[in-house]
Structures are given as structure tokens and as C-alpha cells.
Design a protein around this ligand. Structure first.
Ligand code: ADP
Length: 266
């Protein structure tokens, strides 16, 4: 705790009291420490792909290697992958910085979540995940929510992409909706590697990864869930995870349902 004293004087400069201000510096220090950690993380995350690219480019520039039909395409492919990861990282950072701005605005509209979620899953199914199976356990009824569609697509993309990334060959990814306490409850379950219990809440922190090397190899930025959490909270919803190591993970998301007309079933 930081204490500061100010003397109160009257017009004849006679002291007639003093003010003591006690402020909680632990909170200030925490914010400052987090800011420093964030900058260090960003620098590190950018330096890793850059140094790797430098090595590959140096190797290509060395002698006639760039003409080698065996090696050159491989090295160029690595620099391309690293560039793409850096672009993703910078885009994620821009997204976070936009959300930090108090003028950040959500373009919300009335959306039937059931139809919307089917579309999102259809898009995943059309992709190249032949080794995975998507199973829908969605309520059939119309579920009205007041959301920014682009932002919620991004949240679902991040969560479902993780399920895809951490799933084993032939894994089933289950997508569900339920109604609970006037909230819409969305679940995304996988049969993947799982998350150790003591780290489960940390995965929503910026740059937190259970297995750094694995996440990098899979092209992760470590920011996907941090962005998802901020976006869901901006919609007055919540996000959390349950997991069993070696068995799988379930991500839970809630969104407020719009006021229902009488006679609707829940
Ligand atoms: P990343 O880009 O590394 O995937 P995220 O913010 O999306 O970053 O996730 C943070 C970390 O949480 C991941 O690195 C991973 O360790 C863990 N994680 C997230 N989703 C899952 C999942 N479905 N199964 C296992 N681990 C997961």
C-alpha cells in the first residue's frame, strides 16, 4: 500500500488539516508487470520465426543452393509457413489491441443461433479434415441471440480449430447446444490430448500454451482463446474448459438468449 500525505492550509498558510491517501499499489504493479510480460512475449514470438527464416534464407543464398531443385523448394516452404504464422500473430495482436480500445464497437444483430451454428459447422466439414468426424448434438428449435456474427464466428472458429488441432486421428468432435438458466450453452468436445487440471484456467491467458513446441508446430499463436474469452465477455457470456488428460477436452460457452415469447419451449 502506498500512502501519501497532503497538508491543507488556509489563506494565511496556517495548517488546518491533512489528507492521507492510501492506494493499492499491488494492482498497479500487477498491471505494469503484465504489460512488460506481454511486450516480452510478443518480441519473443516474433523473433522465433524471424530467426528461423533468416537461417533458411542464408542457407539459400549460400553458393548455388537456391538453384538446387531438391532443397530450394523445401526451404522456401519453411519461410512461407513462418511468414504466415507471423501474419496470423500480428492479426491476433491487432484484434486484441482493437478490443482494448474503449471505443470498440460490436455490430450486434438478432440471429437464430441454431441456423448460424449449423453454417459454421458446415464450413468446417467442407474443409480438409477427413481424419475427423463432426457430430452435432444441437437443439432443433430456433434460439434467438443478439450477437456480432463476425466476432462469434471468430470465437467458434478458434475453439473448433483447437479441437481439430489437438484431436487424434479418427477423433470425434461433438458440438452441442442446450438452454440453461435463460442462457444458451454451447459445447465443443474433442477426444484429444486433454489439458492438465492445474493449467485449465490458464489456457485463456494471452500466450499461455500447455505445450509450446506443439502449439508452434501446429501453427498456433497462443492468443486464440484469449481473444475468444474477451469476445464472449463483450457479449455478456462466459467461457470455460473441462478436460481429462489423454481423454479429451470440452469448451463451454454461454450467450444470453433474447427474451422469449410466451408459449415457446426452452
Ligand atoms: P494456440 O494457438 O496455441 O492453440 P490458444 O489460445 O487457442 O492458442 O490455446 C492455448 C493453449 O490451450 C494451447 O496451446 C493448448 O495447449 C491448449 N488447448 C486449447 N484447446 C485445447 C484442446 N481442445 N485440447 C487440448 N489443449 C488445448
Amino acid at each position: 500500500v502506498k500512502a501519501s500525505f497532503s497538508v491543507i492550509q488556509d489563506e494565511n498558510e496556517m495548517m488546518n488539516g491533512f489528507i492521507t491517501v492510501l492506494s493499492d499499489v499491488t494492482e498497479e504493479e500487477k498491471i505494469e508487470r503484465e504489460r512488460r510480460e506481454f511486450v516480452a512475449n510478443v518480441s519473443h514470438e516474433l523473433r522465433t520465426p524471424l530467426t528461423s527464416m533468416r537461417s533458411y534464407l542464408e542457407a539459400l543464398a549460400d553458393g548455388e543452393t537456391w538453384k538446387d531443385p531438391e532443397i530450394a523448394p523445401k526451404f522456401l516452404a519453411v519461410t512461407q509457413t513462418e511468414t504466415e504464422r507471423m501474419i496470423r500473430l500480428v492479426n491476433d495482436l491487432l484484434q486484441l489491441s482493437k478490443m482494448d480500445n474503449k471505443d470498440y464497437y460490436l455490430h450486434k444483430e438478432k440471429v437464430d443461433f441454431t441456423k448460424f451454428f449449423h453454417h459454421v459447422i458446415d464450413r468446417f466439414e467442407m474443409n480438409k479434415y477427413e481424419h475427423l468426424q463432426f457430430k452435432r448434438d444441437l437443439l432443433a428449435q430456433t434460439l434467438w441471440v443478439w450477437i456480432d456474427k463476425d466476432k462469434i464466428i471468430q470465437v467458434l472458429d478458434n475453439v473448433i480449430s483447437n479441437a481439430v488441432k489437438y484431436s487424434p486421428e479418427g477423433g470425434v468432435i461433438k458440438l452441442g447446444t442446450k438452454v440453461k438458466n435463460k442462457m444458451l450453452l454451447i459445447t465443443v468436445s474433442d477426444q484429444g490430448v486433454g489439458i492438465p487440471i492445474d493449467q485449465i484456467d490458464k489456457i485463456f491467458n494471452r500466450f499461455y500454451r500447455v505445450d509450446k513446441a506443439r502449439s508452434r508446430k501446429l501453427g498456433g499463436t497462443g492468443l486464440g482463446l484469449a481473444i475468444a474469452k474477451e469476445m464472449i465477455e463483450a457479449h455478456n457470456g462466459e467461457i470455460w474448459a473441462e478436460s481429462e488428460e489423454g481423454k479429451g477436452t470440452t469448451i463451454f460457452l454461454t450467450l444470453p438468449l433474447m427474451h422469449k415469447k410466451r408459449g415457446d419451449v426452452s
